[in-house]
Design a protein around this ligand. Structure first.
Ligand SMILES: NC(=O)c1ccc[n+]([C@@H]2O[C@H](COP(=O)([O-])OP(=O)(O)OC[C@H]3O[C@@H](n4cnc5c(N)ncnc54)[C@H](O)[C@@H]3O)[C@@H](O)[C@H]2O)c1
Length: 317
């Protein structure tokens, strides 16, 4: 059987694809970046390349998405939806476009699955659905959007829950939080990410406008992907929404110190006052632990940073 992953060449999606392929599954990756695969630097996917089918598709192109999913329908166990414009300062620069990708893109995937009888969908959502509610935030807490991105993730979850209630589908929302690790180069990210993780890649002299007064549960991408795979593979679930994160908050300035200790040098990085994004932390991950057997490996961020550094060193060599 196969699993179809939208956004399967993104940071999280690519590791979900890797983990599923390592189990011997065929993975259909639907991602606008598929035609650029060789230039993306996702070296870990080479190991499982034979099990991947790459399809370049825009989820806003409903007709093409439908035709593509029709082609694979008979062999599909389900769909993992990971296309999104992620949170950050870039989001509000093109609000209509970015809201459309997140909200209409999710709707297009759900609607195609409904018509084609593909029952199981895991939607990559976000802890942004809690807004600035103080942590630990558990799944029963009410929705609160503190930015446009959060509003789109709430919309996507609500579509999924209504498709479940109305059409009998099995849509599950994985609420992810601040992912870091192999597959994403700090130099390709926003300034706060660069200031925190950039020295692992050799970056120096970085001034981020904010972020010094924030602690978040940064989550190593291997743990994020493992939680999504566990949620996808569970036969039946008692809840629709599952927090997936490290569950451990770390101050940004503490991460800067850990990175300096690791590389043996203090880079010139500065984080300006205030938080990077308006969020509470940490997510309460006890439901995922109990029901899915989720057990994040990198709860000590120093181990996650070391693993990230190894990957960044490898791709520089
Ligand atoms: N990265 C995080 O810290 C984080 C935190 C919470 C939630 N999430 C959620 O997890 C999911 C994955 O995040 P990520 O970090 O892997 O994102 P990413 O930006 O690395 O990957 C997104 C992928 O979607 C593809 N894509 C974008 N627009 C598309 C379109 N219109 N059609 C087809 N493909 C398109 C991109 O090419 C990219 O490969 C998203 O839903 C995001 O909201 C991420």
């Amino acid at each position: 059987m196969s699993v179809l992953i939208t956004g399967g060449l993104g940071h999280v999606g690519s590791w979900v694809a890797y983990q599923l392929a390592k189990q011997g599954k065929r993975v259909i990756i639907c991602d606008m970046a598929a035609s650029n695969f060789d230039r993306l630097g996702l070296d870990y996917l080479e190991e499982v390349r034979d099990q991947l089918v790459l399809e370049s598709i825009d989820v806003l192109d409903y007709h093409s998405l439908f035709e593509l999913m029709l082609r694979y329908r008979d062999d599909l166990e389900g769909v993992i939806h990971g296309v999104s414009v992620i949170a950050g300062p870039n989001f509000q620069t093109r609000p209509y476009k970015h809201i459309s990708i997140n909200a209409s893109g999710t709707l297009n995937v759900l609607e195609t699955c409904r018509i084609l009888g593909i029952n199981k969908v895991v939607n990559m959502s976000s802890g942004a659905v809690y807004g600035d509610a103080a942590g630990p935030q558990h799944e029963a807490m009410p929705y609160k959007a503190t930015d446009l991105y959060g509003a789109t993730k709430i919309a996507g979850e609500l579509y999924g829950m209504q498709y479940t209630d109305t059409f009998g589908m099995d849509v599950r929302n994985a609420r992810l939080f601040f992912v870091y690790g192999p597959g994403k180069r700090p130099s390709h990210m926003h300034q706060v990410y660069q200031a925190i993780f950039g020295p692992l890649e050799g970056l120096d002299n970085i001034q981020a406008p904010n972020g010094s007064e924030q602690a978040l549960d940064w989550t190593h991408v291997h743990d994020t992907a493992a939680g999504i795979v566990q949620l996808f593979e569970k036969d039946s679930v008692s809840h629709r929404n599952f927090n997936i994160s490290s569950g451990v908050t770390v101050e940004h300035l503490e991460i800067v110190e850990h990175v300096a200790d690791l590389i043996g040098k203090r880079a010139n990085v500065q984080l300006g006052p205030g938080p990077f994004v308006v969020r509470g932390a940490p997510l309460d991950i006890s439901l995922a632990k109990q029901e899915l057997g989720f057990s994040p490996r990198f709860t000590d961020i120093r181990e996650g940073l070391r693993d990230y550094w190894e990957w960044l060193k490898d791709i520089r060599d």
